[in-house]
Design a protein around this ligand. Structure first.
Ligand SMILES: Nc1ncnc2c1ncn2[C@@H]1O[C@H](COP(=O)(O)OP(=O)(O)OP(=O)(O)O)[C@@H](O)[C@H]1O
Ligand SMILES: [Mg+2]
Length: 291
């Protein structure tokens, strides 16, 4: 079972759009997929037409009441399930604050059914709190959606540093398998400059023993497409709403690219060596000019 967190602490970069449509694309490709909504905004749940009602178990129940995962998921399409969220998930951050081992709760509940699905996609909230730490402890892989904006690379160093700390303390298996450019106008000079900066940065990390040593900059770019912005209000994935648009085409290609990714080969130097090499100066700088 591949477990993938879609993560970026920056808001509005396309995490939920990527999570929902990637999950739907993989389900369409014949994989049995469960999408887990780790965001109290519950946008992934809404996107697939699910509003948690009284009596429906959600991620909150899993984290706070230790409700088994099998009781907290429902099928929404052929091959596609969701573990929904509701606003009460915001309270979990506070309610878990005194609980020992709170970062491992989700991992343990998912591990109770190790072969239930082919792929799990976790849509993370735009924060690095206990919900996101639960996601990072439960998964093997992170995919980072990045909007090619001139400040977009600013937070990437911090985000990667967080995956490094989690891999050291909570989840040694964690790796960042891909970065995907979202909300993209691929032919602008700005997008091309960001690709160059990002490629250079990832190349410099290749010999490290960090979770991003084998990160792939996905060749599929998710272009801006108004249909992608419209489909959540209909409670549908892009494949149900507008299956022939660019947005559907891009997510189908991205799903195939991610399904084809091989487990990362971890390189040789120690985590401490890489961290000492990793400083704000080595993180990609925000671009000075717009294209
Ligand atoms: N490729 C795209 N083309 C057009 N609109 C898009 C695209 N991707 C995302 N959007 C729209 O941009 C907005 C932000 O996207 P989304 O909700 O996926 O981001 P997010 O990172 O999950 O946000 P948050 O951090 O709040 O969870 C949404 O209105 C969404 O419909
Ligand atoms: Mg979101």
């Amino acid at each position: 079972m591949r477990k993938i967190a879609i993560l970026n602490q920056k808001g509005g970069v396309g995490k939920t759009t990527t999570s929902v449509n990637l999950a739907a694309a993989m389900a369409g490709a014949g994989k049995k997929v469960c999408l887990l909504d780790l965001d109290p905004q519950a946008h992934a749940s809404t996107h697939l037409g699910v509003t948690a009602t009284r009596g429906m178990a959600t991620l909150y129940d899993m984290l706070v009441r230790l409700t088994p995962w099998e009781k907290a998921r429902l099928q929404v399409e052929s091959n596609l399930w969701i573990t929904p969220a509701a606003l009460d998930l915001a309270a979990a951050e506070v309610e878990l604050s005194g609980v020992v081992g709170r970062e491992m709760i989700l991992r343990d509940l998912l591990n109770a059914e190790p072969d239930a699905f082919d792929v799990l996609i976790l849509d993370c909230a735009p924060s690095l709190g206990v919900l996101t730490l639960n996601a990072l402890t439960a998964v093997d892989e992170v995919i980072i959606p990045l909007q090619p904006h001139f400040l977009a690379l600013h937070g990437l160093g911090k985000l990667l540093e967080t995956t490094g700390i989690v891999s050291k303390r909570l989840n040694q298996a964690l790796k960042v398998s891909g970065v995907v450019l979202t909300l993209c106008d691929p032919h602008t000079r700005l997008a091309q400059e960001i690709v160059e900066d990002l490629t250079g940065f990832l190349e410099r990390g290749r010999s490290s023993r960090t979770p991003w040593a084998a990160t792939k900059l996905c060749t599929t770019r998710i272009r801006r497409n108004i249909k992608l912005a419209e489909c959540p209000s209909f409670g549908k994935s892009i494949f149900s709403y507008a299956p022939t648009c660019h947005g559907a085409e891009d997510h189908a290609l991205l799903a195939q690219e991610i399904l084809d990714l091989k487990p990362a080969l971890m390189a040789t130097s120690t985590f401490e060596e890489s961290v000492s090499r990793f400083s704000p100066q080595t993180a990609p700088a925000p671009l000075a000019k717009a294209g």
